[in-house]
Design a protein around this ligand. Sequence first.
Ligand code: DC
Length: 227
Amino acid sequence: MASKITVAIDGYSSTGKSTMAKWLAAEVGYRYIDSGAMYRAVTLYAMRNRLIDNNRNVDQVRLTEALTSIRIDFCRDGNKQKTLLNGENVENEIRMMDVSSNVSVIAAIPEVRHRLVALQRELGKDGGIVMDGRDIGTTVFPDAQLKVFVTSSAEVRAERRYKELLEKGEKVAYEDVLANVVERDHIDETRDESPLRKADDALLIDNSHLSREEQNQWLLDRFNEQC
Ligand code: DC
């Protein structure tokens, strides 16, 4: 049997790349890692410990000191994945709007990125992994055998996110969700440290008008071309 490859799936927020990545991992028996959840967990830690204020000013010195004592793990709960922050299940909390509003600021801090990139490389060192994020194909695994970059229009993405939040019982306005999507894109694309961008050798997929089945099939076909 061919050795297991590394699959890097990057792209804009709320493009459904996690759903795609999770599906492929289950389909081919690989491990799925949601790198965004790691940035969200650090953000939640910073919020709980008042290392970020309401104006999104971060106490970078204290956050950097705290990084070594932040443990992030993933565990499976049936076919759901749970993110653990120092042993506590924070899967639901890290998806809330207040965390979404702060996460790009935390994710732009170089020390945070260095720490999380090191953890991500450790998790993927043996291959057989599908990891999604913003810089997986460019920075975390530049040698990944399959790189995909997912995009879709900001309106389509905001609509998806809005529905997800409503389903979870969070009361939000569509306009606020759209503003958050657009703002996160901007911060992610313009930060100095490994900004969001398509790796030169990544395959581009715009899923604005694709069904979930169509995009899954496209991804599986690309995967099979590598294996
Ligand atoms: O994929 P997501 O929306 O859960 O990611 C949350 C935030 O984390 C997003 O605003 C950008 C950041 N992120 C990042 O900078 N690098 C990654 N590899 C993954 C996420």
